[in-house]
Write a protein that binds this ligand. Sequence first.
Ligand SMILES: Cc1cc2nc3c(=O)[nH]c(=O)nc-3n(C[C@H](O)[C@H](O)[C@H](O)COP(=O)(O)OP(=O)(O)OC[C@H]3O[C@@H](n4cnc5c(N)ncnc54)[C@H](O)[C@@H]3O)c2cc1C
Length: 453
Amino acid sequence: MPDPNSAQEATPSVQPPFESWGRYPSYNAHLLPLHWQSDFAAVVPTLRDSALPVGMGRSYGDSCLLKDGNLLVTTGMNRLLSFDPATGLLTAEAGITLAQILDFAVPRGFFLPVTPGTKYVTLGGAIANDIHGKNHHVAGTFGCHVTQFELVRSDGTRRLCSPTENPDWFAATIGGLGITGFIPWATLRLKPIVSRSIDYEGIQFHGVDEFLDLTTQSQNIEYTVSWIDCASTGRNFARGVFMQGDHSPTPSPLTPSPQPKLVFPFEAPGFALNHTTVSLFNTAFFHKQIHQRVVSLQDYEPFFYPLDKVLHWNRMYGKRGLLQFQYVIPWEHAREGTIAILREVANSGLASFLAVLKAFGDVPSPGMMSFPKPGITLALDFPIKPGKSFPLFERLADMTLEFGGRLYPAKDAAMTASQFQAFYPQWQQFARYKDPLLTSSFWERVTGEPLFR
Ligand SMILES: Cc1cc2nc3c(=O)[nH]c(=O)nc-3n(C[C@H](O)[C@H](O)[C@H](O)COP(=O)(O)OP(=O)(O)OC[C@H]3O[C@@H](n4cnc5c(N)ncnc54)[C@H](O)[C@@H]3O)c2cc1C
C-alpha cells in the first residue's frame, strides 16, 4: 500500500491564540498540542483544570472554546492508520483534516461520504458535531458513515464504540460536543468516485415556494443547496439560486487538488459589511448567473468549498467577529417559519452576507444530540454590531422555538440556557455521559454547569 501519510503537509495549522471561526467570544486558554500517538489518559495527570479536545476551531461560537481551561489541540494527531480499497474503510487519528483525507483518497478514487462547506475540519470535530452536508437528504449525517472509534475517558477507561459495541456511548459521542471523552482515532466509510467533477445545475428561484418545488423535484440528486438573498424585500424577497449536482459518472483523471494561495490579508474595518454592501453583493451574485438555469461540469473544489479558496476569510468581518445563526424547522412549520424568519432578517437592516438554505431528509441521525432533523435548515451570518446583532439573534432563536425548530451548537455563540434546554430536551440524559474533566464554554453557558476546577 502507498504511504497514506505522504500528502498531508499543506493544511493551514492552528496558531495561538485559539479562536473559533466566528472569532467571538475570545478567551484565554492553555494550549496543549497533542502529537502522533499522544495518549489522553497519560495527559490527564498533568492537568489541573478542566479540558476540551479541539480540532481546527472551525466551529463558529464557543463549543470549541474553554475559558481559562486546557485546549487539547489534536491537529498533530493526523496519521492515516489504514485504508482498505475493497470496502472504502479508512481509519485515521482524529486530528486528521477532511482536506488531508481528500488528498489521500481522491487520487485513489474515493470521496468523503458527507462533507461540510469547508474541508478544514478534523475527523474528531466532524464526529463531535455530527456534521451534515449538501447530501443530507440521501446520506444523513457524517456519523451515519462512522463505523467505529475509540473513546478514552479521563479515568483511563477505553471503549471501542460502534453501532453494535457500546452503542449508547457511540450515540452520546456522535454529536457529543467533545465532552463525553477523547476520540483518538475513528473509522469512516468512504465512497467510490471516478471523476473529480460534479454534474452541476444552478437554477434561479423567487421565493420560498419555488425553493420548495425545486427541493421536491431534486430528491434523486445527491447534492442540493441554495444561496438565498435575505437582504431584499418586495418583489425580490427570498430570491436565490438552487444549486444541485451529482458526481460525474464519466471517468477523468483523479489528480490531487492544488493548495490554496489566497489569504484574506487584513482585518476589515467594522463598517465594511453593512446592509448596502451586502445588498450590492447579493444583487451581483443573483445576476452572476445570467440565465435562469445553468448546466456545467464543475470541479468538486468550487462546488463544495467555494469559501476555502481564501484562507482566513473570517477576517472580512473585522475585529468584532461574526455571529452565525443556523436553525432547522420541521416540515410541519418549515414554510411559514422560514418566511417569517427571512422577513424578520430583511426588515432588521442587518444583512447576512452568507445565507444558505437547504432541506434535511429523514435519514435518522445516530447521535443523541445531533442537530439535523427532517425539515428546512437556514444558516445566516451577521457581523457583530453592538446593540443590534444580539437582540436580532434572540428574536430569531425565539421564533425558531415557536416553530418547533432548534439551533446548531456548532454555529452558536448566543442562545440562552433556556433556549438550548428547550431545543434539546434530551440534554440531561446526554449529561450522564459527560466526562467529569471535559467541558466547554458552550456547555457551561447553556447548562450553567460549574467547571471542574
Ligand atoms: C466555512 C464553514 C463552513 C461550514 N459548513 C458546515 C456544514 O456545511 N455543515 C456542518 O455541519 N458544519 C459546517 N461547519 C461547521 C464545522 O463543520 C464544525 O464546526 C466542525 O465540527 C469543525 O471541526 P473542527 O475540526 O474545526 O473542530 P473544532 O471546531 O475545533 O471542535 C468542534 C468540536 O469537536 C470536538 N472535538 C474535536 N476533536 C475531538 C476529539 N479528538 N475527541 C473528542 N472531541 C473532539 C471539540 O471539543 C468541539 O466540541 C462549517 C464551518 C465553516 C467555518
